[in-house]
Design a protein around this ligand. Structure first.
Ligand code: NAD
Length: 465
């Protein structure tokens, strides 16, 4: 597959922006029938192009087809249908319960599209992380410029071709580009910016948004820890941690980044990891299984991860093999200390460091001393430990006795806290991101006698009730 795709000329970017502004002002994106049609078109875009999208993911990330369908394509189709079915309900004005004496007033909260939105997406899930926020923007009635990552060009190419073919080109445009194009976009005024990526670039986006007081959702990353309590099903914990770690070769924002396990059960946990590893790859070498184990996205990231592995003071107990073609076997490392290379930054690769601690209290202290993670994975059967971790830590999400399942629950917000970002989405939450809740009150003339107290002249007695 060859990808020849030029970047969007910089001069076109303000033109695209003002075109979308006119579209929004014209009101065509507002009717629910229009929004529903675009959502169903987006579902069709995915359903009718599964092979093309899988091929693009294979080209950019070597991603197994099963993972593409399971995690990316299925998710988008489901999100579109879920939103299309609930549009009326989500968009319905709300009537708050007010104090009795105001019951004759009209007090209504209307749902309005915020306006023209900018979505900037990363490379690790190049389709779902671009299109999932788009579902919410369409449902809310907002035109969108979508800027996918330059690091996955085949996926960007597919997005450009298919979005213009399936969606209304007057309202939804993909801008292809890198830093210059994104900077040009960020120099313009948007009504909402939705950014998914690393914390470093997130800060650049936040500064740009602040210039125009533009509301912003920051879906960032960080090191998400696993805390293993001795009171848990150790074998299942190890299997579920390894499963979470191997998704997209560890290039996942909610990947279990490192494991904190009390010394009393560390040996048992590592043996359980070995058992799970043998179950997942009976040959003992995941790199033998072509198309079943993904690649690292680029040579730069491959070198970054292998450099971390070269510098670690820990010992490889599982995996450890690397191959020139950007492939790294899932690798488990024991004996890792808090100042190890593997604890410096988000690993964002198939590497699982294991840190042994005295007990869960020490694990809580350690997590609390680091930037707030997107998620904490806790394995325990103890209600006391659950409470202790809840009260002693901060994170976007806590996921107990599993990994990555939080992404599949549409009824709950998904987002970070502190360094892992702010704002949240999924399901109705994505519609809410792009929706302004506009309060309306109408105070009837007839209640004037009840309001007499508020008018001057004020006297010493006028405020007494
Ligand atoms: P990134 O921050 O490097 O890039 C994200 C986007 O920002 C890309 O579209 C890129 O073109 C753009 N960009 C890059 N440099 C820029 C600059 N100087 N100015 C403006 N825009 C710029 O992130 P990435 O490497 O693509 O993705 C990996 C990171 O994203 C990880 O930290 C991961 O944890 C995080 N992530 C978070 C979530 C989440 O939902 N919270 C999901 C996926 C990935």
């Amino acid at each position: 597959m060859s990808v020849e795709l030029g970047y969007t000329p910089l001069a076109q970017i303000p033109e695209i922006h003002s075109r979308l502004l006119s579209t929004f002002k014209s009101g065509i994106t507002r009717p629910l029938a229009y929004r529903r049609k675009q959502l169903l078109q987006l579902a069709r875009l995915v359903q009718e192009n599964v092979t093309a999208i899988e091929d693009a993911e294979l080209h950019d990330l070597g991603k197994p087809r099963q993972e593409v369908v399971m995690v990316e394509l299925g998710t988008i189709v489901q999100a579109c249908l879920y939103a299309a079915e609930r549009l009326e309900e989500w968009n319905k004005p709300e009537k708050p319960t007010v104090e009795e004496w105001r019951s004759s007033w009209d007090t209504t909260v209307y749902k309005e599209p915020k306006g023209v939105a900018l979505i900037i997406s990363p490379w690790n899930y190049p389709i779902v992380l671009a299109l999932d926020p788009l579902v919410g923007a369409i449902a809310a009635g907002c035109p969108v410029v979508l800027k996918p990552s330059e690091i996955t060009p085949a996926c960007s190419s597919v997005l450009i071709n298919l979005v213009q073919k399936y969606l209304d080109p007057a309202a939804y445009v993909v801008v292809n580009g890198s830093v210059n194009e994104t900077t040009a976009l960020l120099n313009l005024r948007w009504d909402h910016i939705f950014f998914t990526g690393g914390t470093k670039i997130g800060k650049i986006v936040a500064a740009a948004a602040a210039k125009f007081v533009t509301p912003l959702t920051l879906e960032l990353g960080g090191k998400s820890p696993v805390i293993v309590d001795p009171i848990c099903d150790i074998e299942l914990a190890a299997k579920r941690v390894l499963f979470g770690k191997i998704q997209n070769a560890g290039q996942l924002c909610v990947s279990p980044d490192y494991v904190l396990v009390p010394k009393s059960v560390a040996k048992e946990f590592k043996e359980a990891l070995k058992k799970a590893y043998e179950q997942f790859w009976p040959s003992g070498n995941p790199l033998d299984t072509e198309y079943k184990w993904g690649k690292i996205v680029s040579v730069t990231h491959y070198k970054r991860i292998t450099a971390l592995l070269e510098r670690t003071k820990g010992r490889v107990i599982l995996g450890g093999r690397t191959e020139g073609d950007r492939r790294i076997a899932p690798t488990v490392i024991e004996g890792v200390g808090i100042d190890d290379s593997l604890m410096e930054e988000e690993n964002f690769g198939p590497v699982l460091p294991i840190l042994e601690v005295e007990n869960v209290d020490e694990a809580i202290r350690l997590v609390g001393s680091r930037p707030t993670p997107l998620v904490i994975y806790l394995f325990t059967d103890s209600e006391d430990t659950k409470q202790k971790v809840f009260e002693g830590t901060r994170s976007g999400t806590i996921c107990m006795n599993d990994t990555i399942s939080q992404l599949s629950v549409y009824e709950m917000p998904f987002g970070g806290q502190g360094d892992s970002g702010y704002g949240a989405y999924l399901g109705k939450g994505t519609f809410d991101v792009f929706t302004h809740r506009r309060s309306f009150i109408h105070v009837p003339k007839e209640i004037e006698p009840h309001l007499a107290f508020r008018y001057p002249p004020y006297t010493a007695d006028s405020y007494k009730v």
